[in-house]
Write a protein that binds this ligand. Structure first.
Ligand code: SF4
Length: 330
């Protein structure tokens, strides 16, 4: 693997990142194989931007986010440079300090909030632990963070079960924001919410991004939401990033056969317009036993002989628009 050099334009540089989970079997629990959840992905994320990560469920989006944040044990291979620092080289004390800069917001706000703690404690606990503000400033700081997230000071005394789903997500966002992060992985943050509430949370995330210069990795299966919030988009299939580029380029000119199929299913708001939906045959293969060559070859309508043998390289087809497919490998 060729190591990448730090470029200060990027807050996050991910290079050939792999995360395999061992499959244990037999009487002595021997490793009999690996689930290749993330299988060599490469991308760079500009400071203050949002990258959407899309793909069918089970394609490795969530594991990618967790592996970048070092939340899934050790990586299998590759580099994760956060502000030029290899995240996996940090000691546990250094990692704890770094955690304040790299936060995550989950899909289900209820299960990620302790039911026994009042909201003020949920949001402020880690602020005190990391001594981010003095004791004298703490109360005002908490009020300001909550206000930024659309929460009232009296909410501090309440418990998570007293809030609606949208408000609970605001609490999760406030908890992350209170640590003054630079980078936030948003893992399906609006999928569990009503459509009307989704828009409010998306607008809140956009507002906070502008005010606090945040960078987001926005994981979602909802392509309309991703188009709305993202500057760049990565499309994942079976642990690989098959296409990656500016949002407008990816949505107007999808190149990879998988991206074309995935995007053909986006509903068109015009009742007279005809949808040319490409139906993908079969289901996503197991990441424990992925197809040889191009992993998409078992479902690709444009599959050629070499696709079954050769793993496609990531090619920059136009400036900043990368695709991994032999159709573009001239
Ligand atoms: Fe289809 Fe071949 Fe491209 Fe894979 S490499 S997406 S099988 S054309």
């Amino acid at each position: 693997m060729e190591m990448v050099e730090y470029n200060p334009e990027y807050i996050l540089m991910v290079n050939e990142l792999k995360k395999y989970f061992p499959i244990k079997g037999g009487m002595i629990s021997k490793t009999v194989g690996y689930v290749k959840a993330v299988d060599g992905i490469t991308f760079n994320l500009k400071r203050g931007s949002t990258m959407g990560l899309v793909g069918e469920s089970g394609c490795g989006k969530t594991t990618t986010g967790r592996t970048i944040l070092r939340l899934s044990g050790e990586k299998t291979a590759g580099q994760v440079l956060f502000n030029g620092q290899e995240v996996y080289d940090l000691s546990s004390a250094e990692m704890r300090a770094m955690r304040t800069k790299m936060q995550i917001i989950f899909q289900d706000p209820f299960s990620s909030l302790s039911p026994r703690l009042p909201v003020g404690e949920i949001i402020g606990e880690a602020v005190r632990e990391h001594k981010l503000v003095s004791k004298a400033e703490y109360g005002d700081y908490l009020d300001k963070v909550m206000d930024d997230c659309g929460l009232q000071p009296f909410h501090k005394e309440r418990y998570p079960h007293e809030f609606s789903g949208g408000q609970r997500q605001r609490i999760c966002i406030a908890r992350a924001l209170a640590l003054n992060p630079e980078f936030v992985v948003c893992d399906e943050p609006v999928s569990a919410l009503d459509v009307s509430i989704q828009a409010q949370i998306i607008n809140l995330l956009k507002k906070l991004q502008e005010e606090h210069k945040l960078t987001y990795l926005f994981i979602s299966h909802d392509l309309s939401v991703v188009e709305h919030i993202s500057d760049t988009v990565g499309v994942m299939y079976l642990g690989n990033l098959v296409e990656y580029g500016e949002t407008a380029d990816i949505f107007k000119n999808p190149l990879h056969p998988y991206t074309k199929a995935l995007f053909s299913a986006i509903p068109i708001p015009d009742p007279k317009a005809k949808m040319n939906r490409i139906v993908l045959e079969g289901s996503i293969p197991s990441p424990a036993n992925p197809p040889s060559g191009c992993k998409f070859h078992t479902r690709c309508s444009e599959c050629m002989g070499r696709c079954k043998e050769e793993i496609p390289k990531q090619i920059e087809v136009e400036k900043g628009h990368f695709v991994s497919c032999h159709l573009y490998d001239k």
